[in-house]
Design a binder for this molecule. Structure first.
Ligand code: CAA
Length: 281
């Protein structure tokens, strides 16, 4: 089996989802987070998701999958790392530097970043040819796409191995090049940002803006509800990367997005964003 042991770093909603789909594929996963309560929450989320999928008839054994996921507080050896920590370039570069020192030289270092430069992460290591983007979508167990992003130095063999891994996880890969926001967020974030501007200008209320996208454009979620799912802090961080990366004012984050973040209205994870949510169990 390709990549029999995978280190997933960061036990938030993306990291936990990634750990889950990798373990479902039969691989051993070490789920790393320095915060024990994050690991506990991540594992509880994986258990709930597996049980839900099994109850709906998915051919998987939740206990068997969970037994393949080992929580850990520190990086350790593995065949592949998939990083899913906070969307902050300095924090990610620091992690890639540490991983480069800990993981064997032939291991691939992948990032689930939604917008940060893979080339820059590669440059923080001694193996830029083995550094690549592997961008999953939320909720990871249900969403089919993985954007596979090559940095300037990423080798063909690394890209081919990750494309094949994506298929082995039951996902469909799309290969993209390393430009700010890659393909998905270059399209999605301006949509969310424009929805925030429409709300700010009083074009319509949040419910109506989302209803227009759902019922008129056939989007499964409206842009403001989707922003709440992603996290408004993450949306602003991605808009900042697009704005800075292209130097184009059309990517400037809407002031209303920034204001929500300043108020701690980050979306579902804090119970309030553009919409309000019942507290998490
Ligand atoms: N594991 C298992 N089950 C889950 C789950 C998970 N992680 N997350 C949700 N579910 C369950 C729900 O509990 C619900 O169960 P019930 O039917 O029993 O209530 C069901 O899945 C989902 O129900 P929906 O009614 O939403 O219907 P669906 O199955 O038709 O669609 C969906 C699910 C495909 C996720 C759909 O809601 C959707 O497309 N949502 C938008 C997701 C999206 O756009 N994600 C991209 C975000 S952008 C991103 O991630 C990248 C970035 O860089 C910012």
């Amino acid at each position: 089996m390709r990549f029999p042991t995978v280190l997933v770093v960061g036990a938030g909603q993306m990291g936990a989802g990634i750990a889950q789909v990798v373990a479902v594929s039969g691989r051993r996963v070490v789920l790393v987070d320095s915060a024990p309560e994050a690991l506990e929450r991540g594992l509880a989320g994986i258990r709930a998701s597996l049980e839900k999928l099994a109850a709906k008839g998915a051919p998987l054994d939740p206990a068997g999958v969970l037994a393949r996921i080992e929580p850990a507080g520190e990086l350790g050896p593995a065949d592949l790392m998939i990083e899913a920590i906070v969307e902050d370039a300095a924090a990610k570069e620091e992690l890639f530097r540490r991983a480069d020192a800990v993981l064997p030289g032939e291991a691939i270092l992948a990032s689930n970043t939604s917008s940060i430069s893979i080339t820059a992460l590669g440059a923080a290591t001694s193996r830029p040819e083995r550094v690549i983007g592997m961008h999953f979508f939320n909720p990871v167990p249900l969403m089919e796409l993985i954007e596979v992003i090559r940095g300037l130095e990423t080798a063909d063999e690394a890209a081919t191995a990750i494309v094949e891994l994506a298929r082995e996880l039951g996902k469909t890969p799309a290969e993209v090049r390393d430009f700010p926001g890659f393909a998905a967020n270059r399209i999605l974030m301006p949509l969310i940002n424009e929805a925030a501007h429409a709300l700010l200008e009083g074009v319509a209320d949040a419910e109506s803006i989302d209803r227009v996208a759902r019922l008129g454009l056939n989007h499964p979620l409206g842009p403001l509800a989707l922003a709440d799912l992603i996290g408004l802090d993450t949306c602003v961080a991605i808009m900042d990367v697009l704005h800075e990366g292209f130097g184009d004012p059309k990517f400037a984050p809407c002031p209303l997005l920034r204001q929500h973040v300043a108020a701690g209205r980050l979306g579902r994870k804090t119970g309030r964003g553009f919409h309000e949510y019942a507290p998490r169990p």
